[in-house]
Design a protein around this ligand. Structure first.
Ligand SMILES: [Zn+2]
Length: 254
């Protein structure tokens, strides 16, 4: 193998690796412009709740949010929205925003999806999520995985791809305290918090983790808001300055 051939293979494989990383790493820019945080007007965060609607969880979440005067964005799965249209209407009637979270929630193979499959995941979902009442402008990929056709298809439909600043881990964890601690210790104004509803969340965590996050951050003076389009930013999460949390503030004072 000549040096040039070797160099060619290195460039090819390196480029391929970068492309795959753009597709499978949730907040990696490139395959899409991914919103990772927002420019806060005050001490505010953006709570996002994925994988609904759910007949058990959604009504309880709407009550909890109302009790905390909090707004959230629900990224709904199209198939579930089709199954529970009354819950889609209830979310919208409560003043919360709704985003598209694909039709079937494909995960492992979505980064390999072709143009038709990617288009179906959007176009089959949107009618059930919009329900002729509201135009949806936000999209979140399942587990943050994107296909190479996503950017163009999102642009055509006026959708922004939203990632997150803080992954709560509620879809994997069994202990609500660990999940709440992770959120509280990483929170800062302008953070997007990723949480989930529905049967995939462990029963010990379901609802409880979101309730405790609402309680804890409200106590710390945070507002739960829906940022405007102008506030959305795609800067890398690691470059954001963390806000001292209650825990670190206490450590600094003691
Ligand atoms: Zn999801």
């Amino acid at each position: 193998m000549t040096d040039y051939t070797l160099l060619g293979w290195m460039v090819f494989l390196g480029g391929g690796t970068i492309m795959v990383l753009q597709l499978i790493v949730p907040n990696w820019q490139g395959a899409c412009d991914v919103v990772t945080n927002f420019l806060p007007a005050g001490k505010s965060v953006w709570l996002t709740i994925d994988d609904g609607p759910d007949p058990e969880d959604t009504p309880r979440l709407l009550e909890l949010l109302a009790a905390h005067q909090a707004k959230a964005t629900f990224f709904l799965i199209g198939q579930r929205a089709e199954q529970y249209p009354e819950l889609v209407d209830a979310i919208r009637a409560s003043g919360h925003e709704i985003g598209c979270h694909t039709y079937t929630h494909p995960t492992r193979t979505f980064w390999l999806a072709g143009r038709c499959k990617t288009r179906r995941e959007l176009d089959c979902a949107l009618p059930h999520i919009e329900r002729e009442r509201g135009e949806v402008t936000l999209y979140r990929s399942p587990v943050g995985i994107k296909s190479i056709f996503l950017r163009g298809l999102l642009q055509q439909r006026g959708l922004r791809c939203v990632g997150w600043t803080i992954r709560s881990g509620d879809g994997l964890g069994q202990d609500p305290d660990v999940i709440v601690h992770r959120v509280v210790n990483n929170v800062r104004p302008g953070a997007i918090i990723l949480m989930h509803e529905g049967y995939r969340v462990a029963s010990a965590v379901r609802i409880v983790a979101i309730q405790r996050v609402l309680e804890s951050l409200t106590r710390d003076g945070y507002d739960f808001i829906q940022p405007t389009t102008d506030q959305l930013r795609t800067v890398p999460v690691k470059s954001l300055t963390p806000e001292p949390t209650t825990t670190t503030k206490e450590l600094l004072c003691n």
